[in-house]
Design a protein around this ligand. Sequence first.
Ligand code: PEP
Length: 249
Amino acid sequence: MTNKNLLVANWKMNLGPSKSAQLARDLRELANGLKKTEIWVAPSPVCLPAVLEQVKGSGVRSGAQNVHWAATGAFTGEVSVPMLQELSADFAITGHSERRHQFGETNELVVKRSLGALSQGLGVIHCIGEKLDERERGETNAVLARQLEPLFAEARADSFGNLVIAYEPVWAIGTGKVASVEEIREAHAFISGILGKYGAAACPVLYGGSVTPENYAGIIALDLVNGALVGGASLTLEGMRKLAEISEG
Ligand code: PEP
């Protein structure tokens, strides 16, 4: 995958094709000056062709916010791996908490998406994270294990090079409530233990959840944090520039 810090912009259902293309062009320029950081962008699927056109041949990678496991078929509203590959998209996010908790995607479904994409050679950012009530009941590690174990139990080891894990506590996404450095350290240590068990220690593990230029320095300083999945703060060039500067150290 990469040894660099990843800065992954999740634009969610924001920015139309022309605004996405403009920001992608700006990020391409920003990425030119970076040595330790890679920028990845996940726009809306209708904006993906315009974004990919802008970042072609640069270090910036772009991908989808979700993906289906089947190559083709009667799955209204879904996007397949071959469709993304035809566009030269690099990856898809799976299991984002908004998919799990606003659209009812089960853990089983999310794992199917990730396994399907990995088996077809697409990069995957597999998102995991506990809800507030689960954290308060002391179930964080059990939730993380439940979201990771079925994936690693079935994924082929030769696909691990295409896999990124994003730890995103649900209660911290889009809420302005960032997890404390100690909470992030503990969760990443637990995740690292699971990755080690399956020979996947080289998979990058990102933190996501209200990352901003104000809190990112303490987060990226953690040994086991390999970058961030960023929503709100990724929607402007200024936000991304400041996060990239912090990532560069
Ligand atoms: C996300 O979209 O994965 C995310 C973490 O959003 P935000 O940075 O806005 O919390």
